[in-house]
Structures are given as structure tokens and as C-alpha cells.
Design a protein around this ligand. Structure first.
Ligand code: LER
Ligand code: MN
Length: 266
């Protein structure tokens, strides 16, 4: 199994990211700590110097399993379910630029908070329809790039909180290049059984996030990562396990402890 950690390419308000900015230094650090890959959180691919980024990734020899996109919502308010057509259109355009970058990096594109939240006066079924249409349109731009919808806990959004609602959405989207990203932090809040939820999604899982119950590094809370790992191994999960964790007590300690725990259970 291969392990990665999230690096935000720019400063951002989303806090469950150990490393932010200073791409060159942080890529070296991540490599030296023993991670096999780096997940990049990118607000807008147009703001990146692509040649420089590709060069740095090549130098450290780290693949990029996934691209996070949530900052386009967190920092700019773009979303697939905003009542304003212009904002929905800009959200779709932005994810299409992420898809272009993902094609070059061979990465999965994460559909997390870019889905937004239901808006006052807009029914759930309308939000869901916009969501299905937007993801279908994005998925149609490049059949080789995988999109991973992440069930996210109720305190961050009311749209797609559980694995079963994610699987139902996949049925409605009906595209082979759209699957799920499961995150132990969200599952610990929303799922009756983390293991049964993983089992139910095993054929549709494109990516996997780990953080403990308190969103600290694995080992700092009460999730049993050994049984999670054993199940991922048993179902022959081929993707990366990616640490999306709070930088606590500080970023380096969090990243070191996370990889220690992950290596100890593998
Ligand atoms: C992103 O991967 C995530 O897990 C969400 O909590 C973003 O807010
Ligand atoms: Mn996550």
C-alpha cells in the first residue's frame, strides 16, 4: 500500500492540511519522511507555474495520487449547487481546469466541498440535479481522468454525508470515471460502521483519506487503523492512503507521527 500526505500549493483557510505553501521545501520534507506520494490541494491550477511544479515533482520523484479542489469553494465560494448560474458555471469551468492538470499528473480529481451546500429556497432535489449534471459534464471532458466524490460530514455540508448517499449519487451520474473518496474522519461521524461502509464501496473507491477521530494524525484518536488497513488490503484496494490531518501539535510532528502509524500497521 502506498501512503501520501496533503500539501496545499498555496496558503488556505482549510485547516486539516499539514503542509501549506513553500512547495519545494515541503516536497523534500515529505519525501524524506518516507511518503510515497503527495496529494496536492490546488485552488486554481492557472495560478501554478506548471513547468516548475512538474520539475520539482520529478526531482523528488513523488507521484501525485489526487488533486484537492475544495479551496475553490472555501476561498472563492464557487460551487456546483449555488443558486446563481454564473457561480455554478465558474465552478464547472474550474474543475475542468483541475481535470486538465490531473491528466498531466495522472491524478484523481477530488469532488469535495466544491459541491457546496443547499441554498435557502432551493429544494434538495434541485441541488442534487445540479450536482449530477455538473459532475456528469466534468466527467465527460476526459474519460481518462477519474473524479472521486467525497462523502463529507454534516457539519460541513448537507449534501452527500454518507457512503450510501455517495453510492446512490454515482448510480444517478452513471459514469465509469466517477467514484468515491472515503475519509475516516467523516466516516467516524456519519457511518454506523466504518468497515461495513468501506466494504460497500469497495468496487467504487478511487482514493482514501485518513485522519483520526479528532482529525489529528492516525494514532492520536480512537479509530482502529489496523482493522481499516487490513480491510483495504483484503479488498485489494490499489489506490493511495492519504493523510489529511491537522498540523497539530505542529505540522512536522503530525506528518512524522502519521507515517509512523501507517508504516506500523502495514
Ligand atoms: C476534504 O478532503 C475534506 O475532507 C473536507 O473536510 C473538506 O472540508
Ligand atoms: Mn477528506
Amino acid at each position: 500500500m502506498r501512503f501520501s500526505i496533503v500539501l496545499s500549493t498555496q496558503p488556505a483557510s482549510f485547516n486539516a492540511v499539514a503542509y501549506k505553501g513553500h512547495i519545494k521545501d515541503n516536497l523534500r520534507k515529505i519525501k524524506n519522511l518516507g511518503y510515497d506520494g503527495v496529494e496536492l490541494a490546488v485552488r486554481d491550477p492557472k495560478l501554478l507555474d506548471l513547468n516548475e511544479l512538474m520539475g520539482l515533482l520529478e526531482q523528488v520523484n513523488l507521484p501525485v495520487p489526487a488533486l484537492g479542489t475544495g479551496q475553490a469553494y472555501g476561498e472563492e465560494g464557487l460551487s456546483f449547487t449555488n443558486a446563481d448560474l454564473d457561480i455554478r458555471t465558474r465552478a464547472i469551468d474550474r474543475i475542468k481546469t483541475h481535470i486538465g492538470l490531473a491528466r498531466k499528473l495522472n491524478a484523481v480529481v477530488i469532488i469535495g466541498l466544491i459541491r457546496g451546500k443547499s441554498q435557502p429556497g432551493i429544494s434538495y432535489s434541485q441541488s442534487e440535479e445540479w450536482l449530477v449534471e455538473a459532475i456528469r459534464e466534468c466527467a465527460s471532458t476526459d474519460a481518462y481522468v477519474k473524479l472521486a466524490i467525497e462523502p463529507i460530514n454534516r457539519y460541513e455540508t448537507d449534501l452527500i454525508n454518507t457512503v450510501i448517499s455517495g453510492l446512490n449519487l454515482l448510480d444517478k451520474i452513471a459514469k465509469d470515471n466517477v467514484g468515491l473518496l472515503l475519509d475516516t474522519f467523516h466516516m467516524n461521524i456519519e457511518e454506523p460502521s466504518i468497515l461495513e461502509s468501506i466494504e460497500s464501496a469497495k468496487d467504487r473507491m478511487f482514493h482514501f483519506h485518513v485522519a483520526d477521530s479528532n482529525r489529528w494524525y492516525p494514532g492520536a484518536g480512537h479509530i482502529d487503523f489496523q482493522e481499516v488497513y487490513n480491510l483495504l488490503h483484503k479488498i485489494n484496494y490499489q489506490g493511495f492512503i492519504s493523510a489529511e490531518i491537522l498540523p497539530l501539535p505542529d505540522a512536522d510532528t503530525a506528518a512524522i507521527k502519521a507515517i509512523e502509524t501507517l508504516h506500523s500497521i502495514a
